[in-house]
Write a new protein. Structure first.
Length: 132
């Protein structure tokens, strides 16, 4: 519950930020998106290789089950802090374009956010088509 309030507070900070600060937040959200994909892939790998890992040693179940829980929880948290926050950054930057003093920073924030989404989608397509 505390993370939800922290997320709402972060969205409020993005809404109140100037154009240059929104560009900085757009870059930070790209790292959150990358961490969400990383933890999601880790949870997928642990679930997919559960029987192989369990066959090697019965005590590994003490590490696998908490590992899956932690990876899924972290993936959900970073989806909120990365993907959803990036969508809000795009929305707030688009609304902020009406202010002529902050127009450059808001355009930079939109461009960085859209390029970040494109890169992450490209990497996800590559991972899910070739690696998996």
């Amino acid at each position: 519950m505390r993370e939800l309030f922290r997320f709402i507070h972060h969205i409020g900070k993005v809404a109140d930020a100037s154009g240059g600060k929104r560009a900085f937040y757009a870059v930070l959200h790209i790292f959150g998106i990358a961490l969400a994909f990383g933890f999601g892939y880790c949870a997928y790998w642990l679930i997919a290789n559960f029987s192989d890992l369990l066959a090697s040693n019965l005590l590994t179940i003490l590490l696998i089950i908490p590992g899956i829980i932690i990876c899924v929880a972290a993936a959900i948290l970073f989806v909120l802090q990365g993907v959803v926050a990036q969508i809000f950054t795009i929305i707030f930057a688009a609304v902020g374009l009406k202010n002529p003093e902050q127009r450059g920073g808001n355009i930079a924030a939109i461009v960085i956010a859209l390029i970040g989404f494109a890169i992450v989608i490209g990497i996800a397509v590559f991972i899910f088509t070739s690696v998996l």
